[in-house]
Ligand binder design. Structure first.
Ligand SMILES: Cc1cc2nc3c(=O)[nH]c(=O)nc-3n(C[C@H](O)[C@H](O)[C@H](O)COP(=O)(O)OP(=O)(O)OC[C@H]3O[C@@H](n4cnc5c(N)ncnc54)[C@H](O)[C@@H]3O)c2cc1C
Length: 310
């Protein structure tokens, strides 16, 4: 089957690219290996995406994008793309089910949470260690939890956890937060939140479930033990770049380098959203990238193929 555009990943970037591409009359397929909507699906409240005066659940937002893309004729294919090859100008996309051909490919594979890589983390994942407050927060009603990190995600998810937990300790390696001021103010005002500064988690301990954290203070060199029922980790994100071949230029952290038109160094291959080397990784920037990538792909196809029918 030959498509004009194949989009890899149906998070906000891919969904936006699909809306623009399909609405522009391009034969568009969008592949998703997990759940349509991407990372934002796990967030209970999105309040910074323009156009909604009240917060809405991440899933509700991406479901609107999904239906919108389908309305314009984008084809959703629930398969994982395992390789992208080239045959002249044509791109060959592989999944376990077969090969698909496209004139242009837009990579929107997003990112995933960075692990702390400390003893106990893997052992207790799902038994007290979590990367998703929305998914697991309700399990910690009247319990004590810790959140690791100082950015927007850490503090927002920590605030969400105060709905259930009786205490939320925020453990941060520095002496101030990176989160936006408005979020910081809410956190400092919340009586359930307590801050442990200049500190890192060295070990997660327990028997069947997490019981305590070993914490190292980087300024005083002191080691303390904090009893907790759960730990939520938000210490950054890593690119989902496993399928990207060595021919695509990446930055030192593994994010895809593009120009302002979202074009990678490979002609006809674009990247959009969290997978891209960029200064801000949010839904609004992902959808913007997706729109630009689809627009640029269309221009590239028109310039490089005699007609859209080729
Ligand atoms: C806890 C948390 C809270 C957040 N809160 C907010 C917020 O309030 N506001 C905001 O604007 N942003 C928020 N963000 C950030 C936002 O979720 C991301 O910036 C956004 O989802 C990026 O969209 P994306 O499409 O680039 O990538 P993703 O959302 O990561 O989507 C990528 C998709 O690609 C799929 N995929 C990957 N590889 C393949 C493959 N090989 N084949 C097929 N499919 C593949 C994945 O399964 C995934 O569905 C939050 C993120 C987290 C983790």
């Amino acid at each position: 089957m030959k498509y004009d555009v194949i989009i890899v990943g149906a998070g906000p970037a891919g969904l936006s690219a699909a809306i623009y591409s399909a609405r522009g009359g391009l034969k568009t397929a969008i592949f998703e290996k997990a759940m349509i909507g991407g990372q934002i699906n796990v967030t209970d409240e999105v309040e910074n995406y323009p156009g909604f005066e009240e917060p809405l659940a991440g899933f509700d937002l991406t479901e609107k994008m999904h239906l919108q893309a389908e309305r314009f004729g984008a084809e959703f294919i629930e398969e994982e793309i395992t390789a992208i090859g080239l045959e002249g100008l044509c791109k060959i996309v592989e999944t376990a089910e077969g090969k698909y051909r496209a004139k242009s490919v837009i990579i929107c594979t997003g990112a995933h949470p960075r692990r702390l890589n400390v003893p106990g983390e893997e052992q207790f994942t799902g038994r007290g260690v979590s990367y998703c407050a929305t998914c697991d927060g309700a399990l910690y009603r009247d319990k004590v939890v810790a959140v690791v990190g100082g950015g927007d995600s850490a503090i927002e998810e920590g605030l969400f956890l105060t709905r259930f937990a009786k205490k939320v300790h925020v453990i941060h390696r520095r002496d101030s937060l990176r989160a936006q001021k408005i979020i910081q103010e809410r956190a400092f005002k919340n009586p359930k939140m307590e801050f442990i500064w200049d500190s890192v988690v060295q070990e997660i301990r327990g028997e069947d479930k997490v019981r305590e954290l070993e914490i190292y203070n980087r300024k005083t060199n002191q080691i303390t033990h904090l009893p907790v029922d759960g730990i939520f980790i938000y210490v950054g994100i890593l690119p989902n770049n496993e399928l990207l071949e060595s021919r695509l230029a990446l930055d030192s952290a593994g994010f895809v380098l593009t120009d302002e038109n979202m074009h990678t160094n490979v002609p006809g291959i674009y990247a959009a959203g969290d997978i891209r080397h960029t200064v801000l990784r949010q839904v609004v920037t992902a959808t913007s990238d997706g729109a630009i990538a689809a627009w640029s792909a269309e221009k590239w196809i028109i310039e490089n193929y005699d007609s859209l029918e080729d």
